[in-house]
Structure formats: C-alpha cells, structure tokens
Design a protein around this ligand. Structure first.
Ligand code: HEC
Length: 150
C-alpha cells in the first residue's frame, strides 16, 4: 500500500504546536468567560487548521455521495452525534482513535493513502481538548473540494 503523506504548512504548524504539546489532557477546557483577558496561546482555529485536514484527508470518502448514510464531518452537529468528536475528550473521540490504529488494521483511517502526519494529529488533539470549537454556517461546513458546490 502506497502511503502518501501530504505535509503542509510545517512552519505554521510547528509554530502553533510550540508550547502546546498534548500532555495528558491539561485539565478540562473551560471556555474563557466573556471579558476575561485573552489566553496566552492562541487556540487552534477550525477554519485555518482543522477544516483543511478534514476536507483534504477525510471528506473525499466521508461525504453524502460516497458514504451516503454517514455524513459525519459535514457540521459540528453531525460530528458530535456520530461520536466522532467528544469536545474536551480526545481519547473518546473516534476521529482520533481510528487515525491512531495501526495503518495495516482494517479500522485505520484513512484506509488508503493520506495518512495524517504527527503534526496534524497533534492539532486535532489540541483542538478537541480545547472544546472542538467549530463555527456554524458556511464557514463550518466541511465539503470535499472536488464536489461541485451549488
Ligand atoms: C478512502 C476512503 C476513506 C477516507 C479517505 C477516510 N475514510 Fe473513514 N471510513 C471509510 C469507510 C469505507 C468506512 C467504513 C464505513 C462503514 O463501516 O460503514 C469508514 C469509517 C470510518 C469511521 C468509523 C469507524 C469506527 O470504527 O467508528 C471513522 C471514525 C472514520 N472513518 C474516520 C475517518 C477519518 C477521521 C478520516 C480522515 C482522517 C477518514 N475516515 C478518511 C472510508 C474512508
């Protein structure tokens, strides 16, 4: 099986990762109360960091056309309902447990090519630990690049 690793934006990724190496879940992600001072490090951005991973590496298969009854990643709601993401609990989030399967295992995702890099997995983990912030509306809709948008 040919594994193609697409590594993008390493500079940005390592910059973002510096200082937020996922230790055993540092406490629970308490959303900052309104009006509190800005957090020291920037939270992982769904739009900048997570959406590209999902749309480049997952929604080529996980979309209504290829896997009709499982549009798991389209929106935050669908990802939560399917147990794909459990905000604040990366170890319970299927999205991470399947990625970490041995690549030869049947359950490993993605099944062919496009395995995620360590940096991408770390980003997903941090993002989920931070509460899986995922906007609604068009910005939060994950669609595979090749499916024509109406
Ligand atoms: C090449 C196509 C393909 C790609 C790419 C792909 N998947 Fe899947 N995925 C599948 C298929 C097929 C299934 C099995 C569906 C079923 O069992 O009905 C599946 C099942 C799953 C499941 C359910 C398995 C379980 O045990 O809960 C999860 C979670 C999942 N994929 C996550 C991902 C994630 C995350 C990505 C991107 C990193 C990804 N997949 C990329 C084809 C793909």
């Amino acid at each position: 099986m040919k594994l193609i690793r697409v590594v993008f934006g390493i500079g940005t990724l390592s910059a973002m990762l510096a200082g937020c190496v996922p230790k055993e879940e540092e406490a629970t992600p308490a959303p900052a109360p309104a009006g509190s001072p800005a957090p020291k490090k920037e939270a992982v951005s769904f739009t900048k960091s997570i959406k590209p991973i999902l749309s480049n590496k997952c929604t080529i298969c996980h979309n209504v056309e290829v896997l009709p009854n499982r549009p798991w990643f389209e929106t935050r709601d669908s990802a939560l309902k399917s147990g794909m993401i459990v905000p604040g609990k990366p170890d319970l989030s299927r999205i991470l447990t399947v990625i970490k399967e041995d690549p030869e295992a049947e359950k490993a995702m993605p099944p062919v090519s496009h395995r995620l890099s360590k940096e991408e997995i770390a980003l997903l983990r941090t993002w989920i630990t931070e509460g899986a912030n995922w906007p609604g509306g068009k910005a939060g809709r994950v669609e595979p690049a090749f499916i024509p948008q109406e």
